[in-house]
Design a protein around this ligand. Structure first.
Ligand code: HEM
Length: 242
């Protein structure tokens, strides 16, 4: 081992001792250039690094290059016959302007390429259903009603809450004096009539009687108790027996 190291050091490599004792790591320097590898006529590493020419790919002596019959540097230009055939004409190009696809046969009714509107949208719009919302007079919006009912104005027309039998209820069925019962509570709906989004006429159908069923069938989601709380006049009771 010692003789090996000595022979290696004497053959051109010298160990430089540290300049000061504090330099603990010795430095090796090479006095002579490293021996050249066997020169086989090809470029050396250093020469290849310096040039701007990229290395051949695939490598000049690779199996990939050997198996390829044609030179990879020359791209092949396919003739028309070799090219892939074009896709079939889309439905849009074959479509006749102004003619719905569905009109030409039942099989193409659900053709996804047609830009024509679906047949359902070409139907004549249905008449607005009976009993739809009506145009309210200015100053009679739901907000106006909310303002009126909380204004403190007397909308009940009675001094105290009453027990009201159907015979009594029936007496209040005029446009200027309309009462109606909903879920056992009797309301004076007179002031609300022009504010009703469904129209006065619809609401008058329940004037003087129990409107619970009609109300539930029309718009059960409407919070009647809140909307008419300041119009409550009493509670529906059964007819007193003699
Ligand atoms: C006093 C009790 C009633 C109150 C507080 C009331 C309130 C309302 C409200 C807030 C709407 C608008 C609903 C919405 O936009 O979704 C409405 C619509 C309507 N109400 Fe009433 N309503 C009452 C009684 C009735 C009754 C008894 C009828 C039927 C005879 C009726 C028929 C309608 C109709 C047809 C609409 C239009 C529905 C629509 O939007 O298509 N309402 N009502």
């Amino acid at each position: 081992m010692t003789s090996y190291l000595r022979s290696w050091l004497s053959s051109g490599t010298s160990l430089v001792q540290p300049a000061s004792p504090s330099d603990s790591v010795p430095t090796f320097t090479r006095a002579s250039p490293p021996p050249d590898d066997a020169d086989d006529g090809e470029d050396t590493e250093t020469e290849r690094e310096d040039s701007d020419i990229a290395p051949a790919f695939p490598s000049l002596n690779s199996a990939q290059r050997a198996s390829s019959s044609r030179s990879p540097s020359i791209p092949t230009i396919l003739t028309d016959a070799q090219l892939m055939p074009p896709p079939p004409l889309p439905g849009l190009a074959a479509r006749q302007p102004g003619v719905a696809r569905g009109a030409r046969g039942s099989s193409s009714l659900s053709a996804p390429n047609s830009l024509m509107p679906p047949p359902t949208t070409t139907a004549i719009p249905a008449k607005p259903k009976k009993g739809a919302k009506v145009a309210l007079a200015p100053g009679h919006s739901p907000l106006d009603w909310a303002a009126l009912k909380s204004s403190g104005e007397d909308l009940r027309g009675v001094d105290t809450l009453m027990r009201i039998p159907p015979s009594e209820l029936k007496l209040h069925r005029r446009r200027d004096d309309a009462w109606s019962a909903f879920n056992g509570k009797v309301y004076n709906i007179t002031a609300y009539l022009p504010f009703h989004p469904g129209g006065e006429k619809e609401l008058m159908r329940v004037a003087g009687r129990d409107g619970t069923k009609l109300f539930a069938e029309t718009h059960a989601w409407v919070n009647l108790d809140f909307m008419l709380d300041s119009c409550l006049v009493g509670f529906l009771v059964s007819e007193p027996s003699d």
